[in-house]
Every structure is written in C-alpha cells, then in structure tokens.
Design a protein around this ligand. Structure first.
Ligand code: ATP
Ligand code: MG
Length: 644
C-alpha cells in the first residue's frame, strides 16, 4: 500500500440502541469520558471487578516497550475468578453450561459442577506431574471437558496451548514442539457432520515425534476404538478418581496464562502469549460491556470453537468470570439440518448470539425461510467477529435473525489483542451496518498513513498499551517486535495489519488486511469495499475479491461470487453493479461464479489462494484450508468458463 486507501462505499443507514437496553445498559456513555480523563484509573476500576488475592503496586509498567506489564505485583487465580467466586457468592446452582452434542445428547453443568470438575482435573494434572509454568496442549472437540481442561491448567498455573481439533498432525506437532508441552489433553473423537471424527490417531502420530510429552490425558466422548500407549491415561480414571478438594493458589498478574497460535491466514503461525491479570480484566470487562450480559436472566451463546481466541475470551474466560449461563454446541450448523442453530436458540431461549460473518453469509445463502421456521423472539443482542461484515450481511442478520429489534455489535479484535478493541456499546452507539464504530473506553486506536500521520483511510494502529495485549511471541521476542512494532517504531504504535477508514461521523470501517489491498491504476482499493458492493446485489450471498497482475492497470480486480439459493444473474450485470456502486475504476475485470470459496479452518476467506488462481500460478500452501478440494473445483470451473 503506497498512498492512502480510497473511501468508496457510503452508508447512511443508522440504528440507535433500543430504549430499554439503553436505559439499563451495563456500560453507558460516561465510560468514554471517564476513560479519557484517566485511562489507567479506568482500567484499575475494571480490574476491581475481579477478585485479587493481593492488589497490584503499579497499574502499568511501560518502561521497556513493547514489553508491557499490567497490575504489577498483583496476585490472583483465574479459575477462582471464574468459578469459586460465584459459588461462594451463593450462585453454585446457576447453570454455567447448557451443552448440546451434535447427535442431540445434552449435559447441564452448574457453577458447582464446573468447579468440582475443575478441582478434580487440577488434582489429576498435578498428579501427572504438571507444575506451574509447564505447558499443556489441549486438542479437543467442543465438549465441557475442553473448558474444564483450560480452567484446570489456569488453576494450577500451567500455560495452556489449545490447538483447534480440526488441525492436522503437522499443525499439532509443530505447536507442541514450539511450546515444549509436557502433557496433551484430548479425546477419542468428537461428532462432526453426523459421524464420530477421530482425534486420538492425530495425537498419537504427533506425540511420536514430540519427546517432551510425558502423558496424554484422553476423554472418552465417542467410544470409538483407540490405540493405547503407556503415556495414555483415561480422563475418567485420572480425573474421575481425583479429590474434589483443591485450593486455588495465587499467581502473579503477569504469570503466563496461555499460548495461542494465530490461525495462519497469512504466514507461519505465531505463538501469541497472554498473561493473567490484564487479560482477564479486559476479557471480563468487554464481555460485560459489549454483550451487556445480565447473568441472572441472559442465555448467552458464542458459536466459536475454543480452538480460536474467540472461544478463549468469549466462551471460557469472559462469560465465566461474569457468571454467565451459556450454550455450548459440539457440532456444525447444518447437522442434522440447516436450521440447527435456530432450533438451539428456540430450545434454550438464547438472548445473546455471537457468531461470524462467514456463518451469517452461509445462512443467507441457505435461505431466509430456514430461520423463519423457528421462534427467535428470545434474542435481544447479536454480535459479529472474525472478518469485516458486509453491510448487506449485517442487514440480513438484523432482519432475519434479530427480527429488526436487536442491536448488532461488530467487534474488531485479534488473537494478539486478547479481547475486543473496537466495537459499539449496545446501549450507547448508533450503529451503522458494516462498521465496528469506535474504540471501546480505555482503548486508543488511530488510522495512519505510511508516515504514521493520522489520515482518514490507511493503516489501523493502536497507540497506547491495553491490559489484554499480547506480551510477546512465544520464544521469539525479535519476531514480536518486527511483526507488530517495527512498522511505526518512531510513533511507538502497534500495527494491526488491517486497513481501515474513518467516515465523516468518526465511525471506523475495517477494510481487510493491508496485504490484500489492490492497487488499480494508482488507486488503493480495499477488497472489503468491492466485496460489500457485490454482496449488496440481491442475488449475491458471498464474494471474495483479489487483485491480479494486469498489464494495463497494474492490478485488475477479479471477483469470485457465490449466489443466494435459487438466484441467478449474469457476470456482466454484477460487473456493472459494482461499477455503478463504487465507480468505474472498481468494475471487476472478471467475475467468476463459484459454489464455494477457499477458507481457513476458522472460516476466513483465503484471498492469497484466489490471487494465485486469478494469476494462474500454482496453488501454494493449502494446509490451513478448511476443504482443499474447493480450490480444485474453482480452478476447474475457471477452465470450463474460459473454454465457454
Ligand atoms: P493470522 O494472523 O495468522 O494471519 P488471523 O489474523 O486470521 O490469522 P485472528 O487473530 O483470529 O487470526 O483474526 C484477527 C483478524 O481477523 C483481524 O486482524 C482482522 O483482519 C479480522 N477481523 C476480526 N474481527 C473483525 C471485524 N469485526 N471486522 C473486520 N475484521 C475483523
Ligand atoms: Mg492476524
């Protein structure tokens, strides 16, 4: 990206908060003022929402940037904050997790149950030789034991590294080796798309090349046959027979809580390290503020997998620290039918739903008639995370899921930021479809140009340290500095890797990764804006846009488009539609109708691969792809259409 980003898409629709929500909101407009007056005092106040065994001496130590220390000298236990605290306050009988297996089996865990399981698991891990500071890999399906495993590690000060249960041997092995993990916690398998899907064989193959692993703790979930080695221990033996007594020890605020490898959309995964006090302070506060959670009455559901940071912060640590009752679902949204999510919302009377644009666009593709068959009237707030949400996808979510009554919080953040950074406050903000609106109270973000000067369209940066910021890349301080802090070294800004623009009201619009920005005849055009223009056509459910080398314009816009169920439209019409919406310069050179798009396992479009196709190069690395066949299908589709 050389100059600044073009500002193409204009959006005038705006939705104020529902009056009742605004009236009773957990966090109101004065929070912005308060944080502006004294940012550190604001965060101290949020830290006091937690239970500390010992208060901190210093709120922030930023004497050695970019290595931050928050709540220096303070001591706490995360598991105590998520569990013991609520039980001691008389809330032990409150449901923590309504769990639903893919085949329809269910389990209900109260805070009491979750605390007992976690204490037993903590004792079991200790007797397997795990000590504070050791690393434990967690490779699990979406079952309650996954949350228990994380909480048990946190309880004894072991640093967990959760690896998404769909990852391959190489991915698991690489992450275990990078962190020198001592134990793996896994399961025989989990249910995916109507069948048991094995996990243990992947662990066995990985562990064979990971000499640091001493024990493998295995939950029996599917009952499928598993090979057994002398490192293996059944969860129901080790945890089942463990004592229910366990006192949570105090850990330093900067004690390492977890390593999580970024999803690898762009490069070799980075082991992002998060610590204890600052992380929980911000995960807990943002969950309280952005989702407006009322623990006595809300039923909250975050559809992410615990293998992603969203699962860490908004299934485990944020909601549990706030005493939430939540739904946890094991399977995929289309098993056994495409209305599964809506069926669960109806069944559990879910009030708050947090999901991803990839899911929303898929639901739109499947058709409006599917959610219409279910009672979604319990919903009062919707959230989105993971990618920019196209304004029309936002409107579809609002209308067909939210019944035109629920505010939508579009939350921008990253594995690296640990918690939500840019988002509306649902009781305060007048939301615009497709905009993450503004930094939360206590967060400082700005959009800058190449020289690090403020601009209306360019690089998104964070200008002040925040409590849940990553502390480093595990084992690689140089890469940490190089990746995030070198680009705007002079200003001391954190560079997020994303492009953004600010509109005339000051609202922030995320424009995708700066690596994806297209340079067309000297104009920097964001993929997001062209995709949003395409999705605004009534026939289009989803679009991915890339810039391919072009002899005349430098780069030419190539679009890959998925139509809504039953819709049909010509390529020429879509090209004209974009030209009319954004201007002739944005008219794609070609539009390719496809059935699927290449996505990472967390559901994000992999534009790099599409660029290779558009430029007719080799496919490159497809190991993080959700479905490697998709690329072949798109390629074949391209060949037939050019032969046409
Ligand atoms: P890697 O860093 O390994 O390439 P990743 O960036 O996909 O993977 P995550 O940390 O899960 O890994 O995702 C964070 C990124 O997701 C952000 O930098 C941004 O590009 C995108 N993102 C997340 N939420 C939003 C949002 N609400 N609006 C726009 N983009 C978002
Ligand atoms: Mg990233």
């Amino acid at each position: 990206m050389s100059e600044t980003l073009e500002n193409l898409l204009q959006e005038t629709r705006q939705f104020p908060p529902p009056a009742e929500l605004a009236e009773n909101a957990n966090v109101k407009a004065d929070a912005y003022k308060e944080a502006e007056v004294d940012r550190l005092a604001f965060w101290e106040k949020q830290a006091r929402r937690l239970h500390w065994f010992k208060e901190w001496d210093q709120t922030l130590d930023w004497s050695n940037p970019p290595f931050a220390k928050w709540f220096v000298g303070g001591q706490l236990n995360i598991s105590y904050n998520c569990l013991d605290r609520h039980v001691l306050a008389g809330q032990g009988d409150r449901v923590a997790i309504h769990w639903e297996g893919e085949p329809g089996d269910t389990r209900t865990l109260t805070y009491n149950d979750l605390l007992i399981e976690t204490k037993k698991a903590a004792n079991a891990l200790t007797s397997l030789g795990v000590q504070a500071g050791d690393r434990v890999a967690i490779y699990m399906p979406m079952i309650p034991e996954a949350a228990v495993a994380m909480l048990a590690c946190a309880r004894i000060g072991a640093t967990h590294s959760v690896v998404f249960g769909g990852f391959s041997v190489d991915a698991l092995k690489g992450r275990i080796q990078d962190a020198s993990a001592k134990v793996v916690i896994t399961a025989d398998g989990g249910y995916r798309r109507g069948a048991p899907s094995a996990l243990k064989p992947t662990v066995d193959e990985s562990v064979a090349e990971c000499p640091t692993i001493e024990k493998v703790l295995v939950v029996r979930r599917t009952g499928q046959d598993v090979a057994w080695t002398d490192k293996d221990v059944w969860w129901h033996d080790a945890v089942g027979n463990a004592s229910e007594e366990h006192e949570a020890p105090a850990f330093d605020a900067e004690h390492p809580l977890f390593i999580l490898y970024t999803s690898g959309t762009t490069a070799k995964p980075k082991g992002i390290l998060h610590t204890t006090g600052g992380y929980l302070t911000q995960a807990s506060f943002t969950h309280h503020a952005v989702f407006d959670l009322k623990p006595e009455s809300d039923i909250y559901w975050c559809t992410a997998d615990i293998g992603w940071v969203t699962g860490h912060s908004y299934i485990v640590y944020g909601p549990l620290s706030n005493g939430a009752t939540q739904v946890m679902y094991e399977g995929t949204p289309d098993t056994p039918h495409k209305g599964r999510f809506w069926e669960l919302i109806e069944k559990y009377r879910v009030t708050i739903l947090y999901t991803a644009p990839t899911a929303i666009r898929t639901f739109a593709k499947w058709g409006d008639d599917i959610p219409a068959q279910f009672d979604l009237s319990s919903l009062r707030l919707l959230g989105s995370v993971g990618e920019p949400i196209n304004p029309e996808a936002w409107m579809w979510y609002r209308e067909h899921i939210g019944g035109n009554r629920c505010p939508i919080v579009d939350t921008w953040w990253q594995t690296e930021t640990g918690a939500i950074m840019i988002s509306p406050l649902p009781g305060v903000t007048n939301c615009k479809p497709g905009s993450a609106m503004g930094p939360l109270p206590g967060i400082s973000a700005t959009i800058v140009n190449d020289e690090g000067q403020p601009t209306d369209g360019g690089y998104l940066t964070l200008t002040e340290p925040w409590p849940s910021m990553l502390r480093t890349i595990w084992g690689d301080n140089d890469r940490f500095i190089e990746t995030y802090w070198a680009r705007f070294r002079e200003q001391g800004y954190y560079f997020a890797g994303d492009g953004a623009k600010r509109d005339s009201d000051g609202a922030i619009w995320l424009l995708g990764r700066v690596d994806d920005v297209m340079l067309v005849s000297g104009h920097n055009i964001s993929t997001t804006e062209v995709e949003s223009a395409l999705v605004a056509h009534p026939a289009v459910a989803e679009a991915a846009v890339v810039g391919a080398t072009d002899a005349t314009t430098g780069q030419a816009i190539c679009a890959f488009v998925i139509l809504r169920g039953g819709a049909s439209v010509s390529e020429a019409e879509l090209r004209d539609h974009v030209g009319k919406t954004l201007g002739p310069i944005c008219k794609p050179r070609q539009v390719q109708l496809v059935a699927e798009l290449p996505k990472t396992r967390s559901g994000k479009i992999m534009r790099r691969l599409l660029r290779n196709i558009a430029e007719k190069k080799e496919l490159g690395d497809t190991t993080t792809l959700q479905d490697a066949n998709v690329m072949q299908l798109i390629k074949e589709g391209m060949q037939t259409s050019t032969e046409d």
